[in-house]
Design a protein around this ligand. Structure first.
Ligand code: SF4
Length: 327
């Protein structure tokens, strides 16, 4: 198993059971990203990657296909093979070719989760267009707010991102485009992106892009900046209603914390490595890890203790909850 490339199986509220694929290897850092989002669950990005040419450790189509061939046979009823993990997948310009290689060995639908930063580039859009589903982040229709939230590498502009996403949504045949609208509030009460004015701006941007799906959500794990707090459920419902009135209820999905998904069958090849791989991608509470990995508490407890002892993970407190996070 090459755990640096293929992770999983992961159970998520949005996609069901999927196998995660990292297309940029971790080299001395947990994150390979061109953003440094204030809400990032993986902490700060020490060195933002300026562009695809600067991404070290990009994996090859052959490496992915080989890793996947041995890995996905141990998992039943996978909904997706998902590109996300500890990197921004579009930074690997071989992504389209990687997808074509995967299609030779698997019929499982392919999803790319992207921060949207490079959607303005035709080569990146062509890569995204090879997938079945693109889940793309949009946090604001206002450049200043968008910069404040994402803290992007130099050269990335909101208008180019929006134009690129619009092109992608119109591509025929093309993948389904789901916009993920991450809403935030600040503990110091400085406005972020859930104010009335921001919501109106977001609705205008979404109308222009015309995606097939819209997901409204807020932070549910410890963010990079301690002042970030989740938007209250009542306000989230209000905002979702506003989107429903514009786009219809078939298109809009409100993602609330703690919504349960049905379990399915997984045979674990290396439970310890799989738990560590999950925590590399996102911090989880004990219960979240049990659900995501489909393991019993009695199996999980010694694994977490061992990983802590080996210095691979740490416990962190966030609000009333205790999370486990890769170090
Ligand atoms: S949230 Fe995603 S896009 Fe933002 S810094 Fe973290 S990994 Fe990068």
């Amino acid at each position: 198993m090459n755990s640096r490339i293929v992770y999983g199986p992961i159970l998520s509220r949005r996609l069901g059971r999927s196998l995660g694929v990292d297309v940029i290897k971790n080299i001395g850092s947990k994150k390979n990203c061109n953003y440094d989002c204030i809400y990032c669950q993986l902490g700060h990005v020490e060195n933002k990657i300026p562009g695809p040419g600067d991404a070290r450790g990009a994996v090859t189509p052959k490496e992915v296909a080989e890793s996947l061939q041995t890995f996905h046979k141990g998992v039943e009823d996978l909904a997706y093979i998902t590109f996300s993990g500890t990197c921004e997948p579009t930074l690997n310009l071989s992504l389209g070719e990687i997808i074509r290689e995967i299609r030779k060995v698997s019929e499982i639908p392919i999803c790319i989760i992207t921060n949207s930063s490079l959607a303005g580039r035709p080569d990146v859009r062509a890569n995204l267009a090879e997938s079945d589903l693109v889940v793309a982040t949009l946090v604001s229709g206002n450049e200043e707010t968008w910069r404040k939230i994402h803290r992007p590498a130099p050269g990335i502009k909101l208008d180019e991102v929006v134009e690129g996403l619009r092109e992608l949504a119109r591509k025929e045949p093309g993948p389904k485009l789901a916009l993920e609208i991450m809403l935030l509030e600040s503990a110091d009460e400085s406005p972020l992106n859930s104010t009335e004015e921001e919501i109106e701006g977001l609705i205008e941007a979404v109308k222009y892009i015309a995606p097939q799906e819209i997901e409204i959500l807020t932070v549910s794990r410890p963010p990079a900046e301690a002042y970030i707090v989740p938007v209250a459920e009542e306000r989230l419902r209000e905002i979702a209603e506003r989107f429903v009135s514009e786009f219809g209820k078939e298109k809009v999905r409100l993602v609330l914390k703690g919504k349960k998904k049905a379990r399915s069958k997984v045979s674990h090849q290396d439970p310890e490595e799989e738990v560590y791989a999950l925590l590399l991608r996102r911090p989880c509470t004990f219960e979240q890890t049990v659900k995501a990995q489909d393991v019993g508490p009695e199996t999980l407890r010694p694994i977490l203790e061992k990983l802590i002892e080996e210095g691979k993970i740490e416990e962190i407190d966030s609000g009333d909850e205790k999370y486990y996070r890769a170090k």
